[in-house]
Design a binder for this molecule. Sequence first.
Ligand SMILES: [Zn+2]
Length: 240
Amino acid sequence: MDLFSQTIKRSELKEGDHIYTWRKQLYSHHGIFIGENKIIHFVNTKREGDQGSRFGLESRSNQKKPKTPCPTSYCGLEKVAGSGVKLCCVDCFIKGGSLYLFKYQASRKFLLSKTVGGTCTMAESDPVKEVIHRTSYLYENGYGKYDLMNNNCEDFALYCKTGLWSVDKAYQGRSSQANMVRPTSRAQKDQKIAEYVQQIATAIPRSFSKREVNDLGFRKDVVKVPVEELCTFVLSLMQC
Ligand SMILES: [Zn+2]
């Protein structure tokens, strides 16, 4: 594995790895490798034909191309219909792109050296057994509603790896990629998604200090939530 680029070969993948791939050089898509060429990832099911696009750009462009069916028996399987938590093979996950390993316990220097979000965190990963348990549980039971800014594919993988969830209901998203473009004022939340997409497309970090403060390993508003209690926890949070 190249430590700088974070690229990883298939042969180097280990169960419980948080991996990602780039879509059109604009944004990263994330998932958890569970062994035997299988990945569990969280997708926006409202985007028809999407196998991982976060912002719908890829799914729109793919609609014009004939799609080659995946030869595996499991690719695209979803235990809870419409949940968006799906099984996927490595080929369909990367779509001809490269595979990267998301870095945990990244140093401050490493974090700030990254010009785009969605590649690393200062937070620590839990042991493989816990990661696989969370990931499998969410595949079996669902993971809630997809939300571009607050509950996306990176949020899913981060939760599987760390079990961390925010107690601040106004600031749920833990995705570093979304944090790069999150409005400073929460009153701006009604800004159109298209504007966010445009901001991500330009991929210019607002400020490096902001990235550090928003990092999952730095935030003080996150707590460990057992996956079996996640649904109840989130519901109680929303009722506060
Ligand atoms: Zn496939």
